[in-house]
Design a protein around this ligand. Structure first.
Ligand SMILES: Nc1ncnc2c1ncn2[C@@H]1O[C@H](COP(=O)(O)OP(=O)(O)OP(=O)(O)O)[C@@H](O)[C@H]1O
Length: 776
């Protein structure tokens, strides 16, 4: 063993010893802190006898409670911090560090050897830094510079110096397996090794091999909106997760994981990425899907279609007579034009056109729709729209008060009183007694007057109506949305799709069934919020939107308003824009309007890491301007295309191929175009042992051999991909190019395409250039 290597192993031993020692001490402390927290919680109320006898007693009680609550909060925070440190130390036990820079600061006589790992580690005196956190300012030199002049930013200003050498280490469970002087080696051995590994059930952090461009994303701080456009496999998701870890470190005094939301495409993806932050010793952020939010807001009113339901329709129901109109409708309803039309519609409602629901109680009118409308438009029109509605609400509540008084004497009240159960009667008695100031035993002295009970009965009966008025349910948003398709847009919109009439019919029919197409959900919600006021969440400080090409500008506008205090990181790839509305957009330029050019920065990632060089050379031929995508130098087999005569032969060939691939790989995905094709394939290939099918509801992606619809595989990767049927029959339309590309780019090490009959025209160029091996 060379002496340099031996010296480094000795250092690893020393650091490991330190980690183990600190871990032991912290484990003991943490368990004590946990007992403290449990103890304080258990005895919280014993320690504080509540006494309200005199003002002094009351004050003492309050002070006692406050002190105890403070003690609890301190213990909880200490315990939380220790648990986090424990997680970090446990990770460091596996890999204490992964890199080193030899950096000489300007004006310093000696160079410093800075070791970099997932967390900072000092010796027991606290004086010597054994390991620096990868997010520390000095660590950026490791990611950003080659040997030579280098600098890094600190809160106190720029630190300049000279980077002499840069090292990478591969340490596993305390054993130094290899080390590379990356200033000398050509290519990136460790990155090669990492990328050559098998796919995992969960995504891993890329902390040891973050590339310079990715580091820009991670440490970006300048603007409110960061847009990342990057090729498939360029590390967008990886960089986004590292960025969250970075933000949690940099702003550790002000920001915690609860204040960050990651918008994921589906539950399976959420589970796939859920490992990365804990691996870095951080707590996970919230993960949600946009659909979950829509459901939360709209499911009480409508049966809501899910986005994959929409996609499945678009991919499989081409024969439906309503198909062309639906697809045109999806495009229009996601357009900026429609967005602007809704905003201007809302402005016209200031003058006329509002639709209200009458307010009635048991068949008795309280306010007719006409009266409400008349009142609304008789108000001062200089007031803000929402204030006018608020005034209307207050007026209606007063009308209800008047009505309530009239009801006291009505015969139904008496009947209702007689029919009260014993329990309800007792409750009414207790309630009224308390209101009159009767306490404890004195409650039984209270004699309830029949008039009082009558008033209470009427109030209770009108409670739901009062609630409805307070929630502005007298505004008929559904009818207002309907109005857009029942003439408003036709009269006011210059350009409408040719299928407009059919689009209107479809939309209106669906609404009348109390159902909502996915493409209508966000516009409906936008209209509702524009009329009734926006619901906001100011606690969230950062939102990260992955697979952002799947969102319409509408949805972005929405998220901006929903999270007014948040910064936004948006990551996507328009070559993978597979939703039908996506035809409208090819880049994120329209998002610049969200916060303005000064507050927007765009970073592009061209290098793709996921797949071998031959796979990337092939996939980039599938999309326009694919030449801009740069493959990483990792060797492998060329993709293979096998043309078969029919489905029987297809299934036979796939089964044979799976048997061969199984020997080499842990995760093999048979990717189908749609869920219905996946269902057929799963049945036909049931001879494959342990074959599993992934569906929209699947919560976790499974290893082994799986059948999966293309759109669900998005964002995820597999060792080997078998494209079930890449024929012209299945992928003949230009609109499916992006879906086809998305499916092919899921492969890491091997890609096999089958085609029943003539292959898709998307393959023509790649075939001509010999980028695919054709098998007979
Ligand atoms: N710097 C890196 N070091 C090691 N691995 C990396 C690096 N960057 C990316 N990778 C790997 O490349 C693969 C693709 O990364 P990721 O899924 O983040 O890309 P993406 O741009 O989100 O892809 P897609 O758009 O296709 O979903 C992952 O296996 C990831 O671990």
């Amino acid at each position: 063993m060379n002496p340099e290597f031996q010296k480094e192993q000795k250092r690893v031993d020393r650091v490991m010893q330190e980690v183990t020692g600190q871990l032991r001490r912290l484990e003991a402390d943490t368990s004590r802190q946990k007992d403290d927290v449990v103890n304080i919680r258990r005895h919280f109320w014993d320690e504080n006898k509540i006494s309200l006898d005199s003002f002094d007693d009351f004050l003492e009680t309050i002070i006692g409670l406050r002190q105890e609550a403070q003690a609890l909060s301190v213990s909880e925070t200490t315990h939380r911090q220790s648990t986090k440190k424990l997680a970090e130390l446990r990770s460091m036990q596996r890999t204490p560090y992964f890199g080193r820079i030899d950096f000489q600061e300007e004006d310093e006589l000696e160079k410093e050897e800075v070791y970099i790992g997932i967390s900072t580690l000092t010796d027991s005196t606290g004086d010597e830094f054994l390991v620096y956190d990868w997010r520390a300012p000095v660590s950026s030199v490791y990611y950003d510079h080659q040997p030579g002049p280098a600098s890094y930013s600190t809160p106190g200003g720029e630190v300049r110096g000279h980077l002499e050498k840069k090292w990478q280490y591969l340490i596993r469970s305390g054993v130094l397996e290899s080390m590379f002087d990356t200033s000398l080696t050509i290519g990136d051995e460790i990155l090669q090794q990492v990328l050559g590994k098998s796919a995992d059930k969960k995504m891993h952090s890329i902390v040891a091999t973050i590339q310079q461009e990715q580091n820009r994303i991670i440490r970006h701080d300048r603007t409110r909106l960061l847009i990342v456009q990057g090729a498939a496999g360029s590390g967008k998701t990886s960089a986004a997760l590292q960025r969250i870890a970075y933000l949690l470190y940099k702003y550790r005094d002000q920001l915690n994981a609860d204040q960050i939301i990651l918008f994921s495409p589906n539950a399976m993806f959420s589970s796939y990425v859920s490992n990365v932050l804990p691996e870095l010793g951080e707590e996970n952020m919230h993960q949600v899907t946009f659909q979950e939010y829509l459901n939360h807001r709209l499911s009480a009113q409508f049966e809501l279609e899910n986005p994959y339901g929409q996609l499945e329709y678009v991919l499989t129901k081409m024969d439906d007579p309503a198909y062309a109109a639906r697809v045109a409708g999806i495009g229009f309803k996601a357009s900026v034009q429609f967005f602007e039309a809704i905003k201007s519609y809302r402005r016209t409602l200031e003058e006329s056109g509002m639709i209200f629901k009458r307010i009635r109680f048991a068949g008795h009118p309280i306010a007719s729709a006409e009266a409400i409308e008349a009142r609304f438009y008789s108000r001062d029109t200089t007031l803000r729209f929402h204030n006018r509605l608020e005034g209307l609400k207050d007026w209606l509540l007063k009308e209800l008060d008047e009505f309530e008084k009239q009801e006291w004497e009505e015969p139904w009240v008496e009947e209702e009183m007689e029919l009260l159960s014993n329990d309800s009667y007792q409750k009414a008695h207790a309630y009224l007694a308390a209101k009159k100031g009767f306490k404890g035993k004195a409650v039984s002295d209270y004699e309830m007057e029949p008039e009082e009970l009558a008033r209470l009965v009427v109030r209770q009966k009108l409670k739901p109506l009062r609630k409805k008025i307070k929630a502005y349910r007298f505004v008929d948003v559904k009818a207002l949305y309907r109005q857009l398709f029942a003439g408003f847009l036709e009269d006011n919109q210059a350009e409408l799709p040719a299928e407009w009439e059919a689009i209107c019919r479809q939309t209106l029919d669906k609404l009348s069934e109390e159902e909502l197409f996915y493409e209508d959900a966000t516009p409906f919600l936008l209209l509702k919020e524009l009329i009734l006021g926006f619901q906001t969440n100011t606690a969230i400080r950062h939102i990260v939107i992955d697979e952002a090409q799947d969102y319409s500008p509408f949805q972005f506008e929405f998220l901006k308003r929903l999270f007014p205090s948040a910064r936004m990181t948006v990551l996507g790839d328009f070559n993978q824009a597979i939703f039908a509305h996506a035809g409208e957009f090819n880049d994120f330029d329209v998002l610049t309007n969200l916060y303005g050019t000064d507050q927007t920065e765009t970073i592009r990632l061209a290098q793709s890491y996921r797949a071998t060089k031959p796979i990337i050379e092939f996939t980039r031929r599938l999309v326009p301007e694919g030449n801009a995508i740069v493959p990483f130098e990792r060797q492998g087999e060329k993709p293979v295309l096998t043309e078969v005569a029919d489905h029987a032969e297809l299934h036979r060939c796939i089964m044979e191929r799976v048997a061969e691939l199984r020997g080499k790989f842990g995760t093999i995905a048979i990717i189908c175009k749609s869920a219905s094709e996946a269902a057929h394939a799963h049945e036909a290939l049931s001879g494959i042992e342990g074959l599993k099918r992934m569906k929209t509801g699947s919560a976790e992606y499974e290893q082994g051999v799986i059948v999966i619809p293309s759109y669900l595989a998005k964002g995820i990767e597999f060792d080997a991909v078998i494209l079930y049927d890449a024929s012209e029959q299945m992928y003949g339309q230009e609109s499916l190019r992006r879906l086809f590309y998305t499916a092919c780019t899921r492969a890491m090490h091997e890609l096999q395409l089958f085609s029943v009959g003539k292959p898709s025209p998307f393959l023509e160029e790649a075939l001509q250039e010999g980028l695919v091996r054709v098998e007979a």
